[in-house]
Write a protein of this length. Structure first.
Length: 509
């Protein structure tokens, strides 16, 4: 008897309910095998929504046929049950097997005439073209919806929800979460809250309730990143972004545009600097950079005026709950110590070349790891877009219900949006990576000079960038550099000017 395998596929639960079930396909193919003298050696099936050639059952069948050359026949219901794109057709054709399309009463194999193969190839291409056209129609429909002012797709921003109005999915205010959003904007606009402090206050006030989060919302908890996304989202004052353009929305705003603009100023740092300057904290250059080397308490800054009328700033340990013996030190004394310490970062040209080589090695490692992750994200985006096109095709074919299509399409669109955000972050991270490598070298060479010529607020910004967890004891400042400047400092300290080599060589992290 001729040996054959059976392949069956459904793309959704609804297909099972409408007569496309896997058992129905199997019965048809087994009956055909008995009548036509085939011995079925294995069955393969795919029960999923997919369009890619990477379907589990399809891939297993290809591998099985490659390993079992004697099995050279495939029984399948019809063309669109076997092929989902032209790659699938190529895989089957390269195996040299014969495909029996039972419902179409057609046999395609190496003995088929050129005309048969030609017509069959056209069918496959037409099916692929049909799917592509449907994908274009989906995008066109979403574009038209956005241009008309309707929030187009995906997960609604927290504080909103989708409702059916005149047969259309419309963005409306979610009263359960509206108050939380309003308070986030009002409190953050004052300039007195960091995002983390704002989130803590929202939770303390009981405004964030997990039970109120819509089921289709990915945000299950309020974090710094999700909090910032809320504060940056223009949908809350009535506009929304679509494909890089600002669209005037028809939905009800939750906050006023003026309040949203004020929040953006705070986020961008303008309002923060203004507030710090108003309360005379911006000029405290070393604020938050040091702890006491004796008791570990914080070092605080105080502004005083001497009898002569000269204003000065001194730093002192809080000594809270301790018998700390440390005495205060003037800011001018600390200023001189920092200038001297920053000279320790200055690298000779040979040392610059040495560190540059280390950065190049780090770049090669990055390309082998992070860049691979970016490739996987791009593959994932293509897979999701392919799945979205497939369910649109199934919806137009009537093989899935409108409710199922709406549910799945929103899920896919949200997943695509998240992948796009990750890709955007990788692009920005790549740009920053190369910038940072150059900045490390430039800043290391010029840190002392930059500090000496900087204004008080610029000095504070520079030190926050360079230093971490420094300590003050007996009026001596012990500087601890942040990464990667700690490694640069170690290299400079170990560099032998006579040989131009590192006296303690080891890999650059």
């Amino acid at each position: 008897m001729k040996q054959a395998v059976i392949y069956v596929r459904v793309s959704s639960k609804e297909q099972k309910e409408e007569g496309y079930s896997i058992p129905a396909q199997k019965k048809l193919l087994w009956d055909y095998a008995r009548v036509n003298g085939f011995k079925i050696v294995k069955e393969f099936e795919d029960d999923e929504t997919a369009k890619s050639s990477g379907r589990t059952g399809f891939g297993q069948m290809i591998e099985f046929l490659k390993e079992n050359k004697k099995v050279d026949n495939v029984l399948v219901e019809k063309t669109d049950r076997l092929y989902r794109n032209f790659k699938d057709y190529v895989f089957i054709d390269e195996l040299g097997i014969t495909v029996f399309l039972v419902k179409e009463n057609e046999k395609i194999g190496k003995d088929a005439s050129s005309h048969q193969k030609f017509i069959h190839g056209i069918k496959v291409l037409m099916a692929k073209n049909y799917v592509d056209n449907l994908s274009e129609e989906v995008k066109k429909g979403l574009k038209q919806k956005a241009e008309s002012g309707m929030f187009p797709c995906g997960t609604p921003p927290i504080g909103y929800k989708f409702e059916r109005v005149d047969g259309k999915s419309v963005l409306v205010v979610d009263e359960k979460n509206k108050e939380m959003v309003i308070k986030m904007f009002e409190w953050y606009a004052t300039g007195f809250y960091s995002i983390q402090n704002l989130i803590d206050k929202i939770k303390e006030e009981g405004l964030f309730i997990t039970a109120n989060i819509p089921k289709n919302c990915k945000m299950k908890t309020l974090t710094k990143s999700s909090g910032q996304r809320i504060l940056r989202n223009s949908a809350y004052y009535g506009d929304f972004f679509w494909k890089g353009k600002v669209m005037k929305g028809l939905h009800e705003p939750i906050v006023e545009k003026q309040l949203w603009d004020r929040v953006q100023q705070v986020l961008d740092g303008f309002q923060n600097k203004k507030m710090l300057s108003k309360y005379n904290t911006l000029d405290f250059i070393f604020k938050g950079l040091m702890t006491c080397g004796e008791c570990g308490r914080h070092i605080t800054a105080t502004r005083k005026i001497k009898p002569s009328g000269r204003e000065y700033v001194y730093y002192n340990c809080t000594k809270f709950g301790t018998n700390c013996s440390q005495k205060p030190i003037e800011e001018s004394n600390l200023d001189e110590q920092v200038k001297e310490r920053l000279n320790g970062l200055t690298m000779p040209e040979k040392a610059v070349a040495y560190v540059a080589d280390g950065l190049k090695e780090s770049l090669y490692l990055k390309r082998e790891t992070e860049d691979r992750t970016q490739e996987l994200l791009e593959d994932e985006k293509r897979r999701l877009e392919s799945s979205l096109s497939t369910i649109y095709e199934d919806r137009l074919d009537g093989t899935i219900s409108k409710e199922f299509y709406n549910k799945k399409s929103k899920e896919y669109e949200e997943e695509i949006r998240q992948v796009e955000q990750k890709l955007a972050r990788y692009t920005e991270a790549n740009i920053n990576y190369y910038r940072t490598g150059i900045n490390i070298l430039e800043l290391s060479k010029m840190a002392s000079l930059l500090y000496e010529n900087a204004k008080p607020d610029e000095k504070q910004e520079l030190l926050n960038f360079l230093l971490s967890n420094s300590t003050l004891k007996d009026k001596n400042l012990d500087i601890i550099y942040k990464k990667p400047f700690d490694k640069v400092y170690q290299r400079v300290s170990c560099f032998d000017m006579r040989t131009g080599r590192d006296s303690n060589p080891r890999p650059l992290p």
